[in-house]
Design a binder for this molecule. Sequence first.
Ligand code: ATP
Ligand code: MG
Length: 787
Amino acid sequence: METGEDIKATPKGFYCKLCEIHTPNQWSLDDHVKGKKHQHLCRLRAKRKAQVKNSVFVSGFKPATSSTELSEYFKQFGPVSEVIMDKEKGVYAIVEFSEVDSTQTALAQLEHRMDGLKLRVKPRERKEFKLATKGKHDPKKPQISLERLNYELCQAASVNEQMQKMVESFQLSENDRTARELLVQLLQEVFTEFLPDCQIVPFGSSVNTFGVQSCDLDLILDLEHTKAFQARGKKFEQTEENQSEDTRSEDSILSDVDLATATPAEILELVAAILRKCVPGVHKVQSLSTARLPLVKFNYRELNLEGDITINNRLAVRNTRFLQLCSGLDCRVRPLVYTVRFWAKQKQLAGNPFGGGPLLNNYALTLMVIFYLQNVNPPVLPSVEQLRNMACEEEQCVIDGWDCTFPSQPFTVPPSKNTDDLCTLLFGFFTFYSKFDFPGSVVSLREGRTLPITDFLSRDEEMPDTPQGSEPKQRNTAHPRLGPVNILDPFELHHNVAGNLSERTHRNLHRECCQAEKYCRSLQYRNKSSKGKSWGLVRLFTPRVEGCPRSQDGKEKSLEISIPFRASILPESLRRELGSAGDTFRVLWFSKLCTAVGAVFKDILKCTPPEEPTISQAQTKTGEDEEVNNNESVKQVITHPGVKRPLPAEESPSSSSSPQGKRQRLDPSAEHPEKACWSWAQRHQVWAGRRKVRRDLLKKSDEASKPEGGCSSIESRVTQCIIEKEVDPKDLLEFRVDAVVVGGGESTKAVLKFTPNNDLQGHFQDFFHFLESFLPKMVETLLAKQE
Ligand code: ATP
Ligand code: MG
């Protein structure tokens, strides 16, 4: 019995591929090989091999055909021992002969006919023997529990070893890969039956070297050759006698749809119908024709495997090859990607249920790792542009107008000079992204560097797709959808692969990177605990607790409100203005934001200047000149270096009187245009019962559906209503707001720090709590309206 090929020596003993078990030494290996399980599987494998040799794969018969009828027909070639029908659909059968010679005779016959139909008789696929998956393990369930993983990681000698273990624990096993390949073959068989010359090509994590046991099976259905087949068929149709049996039967489904003119939805319906009716073991078929890339989802029962089929999505196949190449370029890429993917899952940053959602997907996350590896010093990976230049002429590839050229073999790319170990690189990853300005920049793997967001703000036209094979599109014609995180696809340069991320995911991503970076600086990260405590990756993988307050470390919650830079909500005119501001775009955006913040306090929440404006105190104290921003929309007064304040209520753009005396114009290069400060008094409980007042006010109006903070006039009326109803208004509280804009080395945002000055009645906390959600929404509404 062959066992030699099944046994693999490993650093820790031996591994039996057939039974999927490890043995620590030769002695236990010998025991295993003589054991029941191994012997049984060897016998079973030999039997299956013989069965395969003795069988033929038959299709093309009528759905009502029985196994007896097939057996009767095939008897003419030799004794038939079994006919296995696809019971569910009745489309295929495997006919097993008692002798191998009968198989050869049946295959040698040029044509087989039954009930007037031409049968297809093929050799049965030589499938790799695999352990039955049914009832043994559910591939959807993680193969390893978190406890087990933690235990195994703690046993490792170093973080480097832990990261290698991540790959070993999660990667697709040979059996998994074979099972997926067999499913692809089955689909290929079936689809070829109906769509001649089509091609089913796997992409994504099943083949990109980053797959885990439970990952989905992403497939494309390439119909380019089928279109050509259909066109040829049409020519033949003109002369009826030219029509072959073959084309006629396949035409039965192809004649329902003209592939050259069919809409994606029509083609998807056809794919869904074939999956539903003709592929054994497939269920839960669902076509999603409105997705960015329309697709059909299905489940393959035997493996409990989720699958997707998209049509002609050749860019995805190509970017999968790119990930494979990156993985082959440096052996540190895989452990790093597996570790980061698992970390992101634990922290609820990645893994959108059912594909859609506001989190990162694994593709975007992998691109983040690659981008980081392009940016370490010295780089571990070259930029896509550099790779393009290393490719030879035969490797040139343009898909949908996008240049997708890169070398096909990793060995043609010079190895990296970077010698950092995995532990250091992982630490570096978190450091890199904890200081990364996601909203203010655009990640470009093609150039291997970040691009300023201003390069993308003033673009308004998406370039139409140029015909395949024509000149590659240029970056500066691209128009990605900007969001809190902007990661350009390496090939489809107008596509932001993280365009689905919400502001909240971005905040969480940043916070988790900061926390991970902090942890990686500790000895607990680098050094194995001698006392058996958790260390290294184990602590890094602690699941995120939902709803944790900002002050996780027990520090008092600070009175700060951050308003992120969100290019996507800004009106086109402002985007253009910011786009042409270059490096000063943050200051310009901040000045607009300050105007909006001032308007929220003054016009919407009806705050007034404090009784004794600190502004005058500041003037007498410092004796410094005041300055006013020369931008019409911003009227802020500098009271001392670095602190500017908006004019009190009477001096808003709509008012004419000015009690502030001497002012100077502030140009954008003024000393501290990145800071501002206001002092306000709030005399009414404008937050108390606000929702109810709002509801009552809008009961019968069309505006009832507008969200809180979504309309300035409504909110201002709500405030007015509260004020009018208040019986005994008092001076409630006075507070100061210090604002600053940050970015570049961190996310671009405005941070507003609140300080209560006079809060005798203890209302400030409630007011601040209300502002936390109201102020950012209201400011964004005002910014969105700016012209
Ligand atoms: P997993 O299935 O384990 O989550 P994956 O690597 O297969 O990981 P998917 O999100 O399933 O990732 O994506 C599969 C493929 O689809 C990717 O390899 C990529 O080719 C393409 N893809 C996914 N998301 C995007 C995206 N946002 N933009 C462009 N292509 C994408
Ligand atoms: Mg996938």
